[in-house]
Design a binder for this molecule. Structure first.
Ligand code: BEZ
Length: 252
């Protein structure tokens, strides 16, 4: 996964990520007592929501830091450390759920991840997920790219934001039947007066690895924030230009 987490700050300041995930969980259409795997469960907040709906839940994540928070907050839930692109389970599950995770996985690893999901589902099991779709945060990434170029660096997008057509093909190639797909804009309010700067600090780490000089890092971030203020700062609030892809598929 293309991320280094600041797990405590993520849990405190970016809680909208799991709050929006509740709508995705509503796509799971199963009896209480069914087993649901939360893939990329992070701090476990949504795993707990799934449990509150009456499901038996298992959470998988690759971040020890986030799993520590999940285990501390929800000590009676089963959380497993594993990579989404190479995991397996001893039991099969009725549904796999995932929110705001797949954009962190490189495009060439998506098929391996879908293969793992397929293998862990029972026949006709449900796969319900949402993540960043085509055009997600396009304004922010354009602003960063421009600022990188101004200081003589090139900006490499670290995320995978596919269209519905592209992702439906990947799912079908992995053996799934796609039954629901939507791509929609969701402008999202960021917390605080420094909302965009905090968002960049939290989520855009890898592209800055090519910038050796700490002063350049600071200048690039400030320049991007200043350039984006006229479009992303409205009525005293910062917004991120989120676009979501939400889908439901079945193991054929
Ligand atoms: C997202 O949830 O769409 C997202 C969050 C941070 C970085 C990239 C994408």
């Amino acid at each position: 996964m293309n991320i280094e987490w600041n797990a405590e700050k993520y849990t405190e300041d970016f809680s909208f990520v799991h709050q929006y995930g509740n709508d995705v969980a509503d796509l799971i259409d199963l009896k209480t007592g069914s087993t649901v795997l939360d893939l990329g469960c992070g701090n476990g907040a949504l795993t707990e929501q799934l449990k509150n709906k009456g499901f038996h839940v298992i959470g998988i994540d690759s971040s020890e830091e986030l799993l520590n928070i999940a285990r501390r907050n929800y000590s009676d839930t089963d959380f497993i450390k594993a990579d989404a692109t190479s995991f397996s389970l001893d039991e099969s599950v009725d549904a796999v759920f995932s929110n705001a995770v797949f954009h962190w996985i490189d495009s060439d690893k998506q098929s391996s991840m879908l293969h793992c999901v397929y293998n862990v589902l029972r026949d006709n099991g449900q796969f319900v997920f949402e993540f960043g779709g085509q055009g997600n945060n396009a304004l922010i990434h354009k602003g960063l790219e421009k600022a990188f170029l101004s200081y003589g660096y090139s900006y490499k997008m670290p995320f995978y934001f596919p269209s519905i057509g592209e992702y439906a093909s990947l799912l079908e190639n992995a053996g799934f039947k796609v039954r629901y797909a939507v791509l929609f804009d969701r402008p999202t309010v960021l917390k605080g007066e420094h909302g965009l700067r905090d968002w960049i600090d939290m989520f855009v780490k890898i592209p800055f690895r090519v910038v050796a000089n700490p002063e350049d890092i600071e200048n690039i971030k400030s320049m991007a924030v200043n350039e984006l203020k006229p479009v992303l700062y409205k009525n005293g609030k910062w917004y991120a230009d989120y676009v979501r892809i939400r889908m439901k598929a079945y193991k054929a």
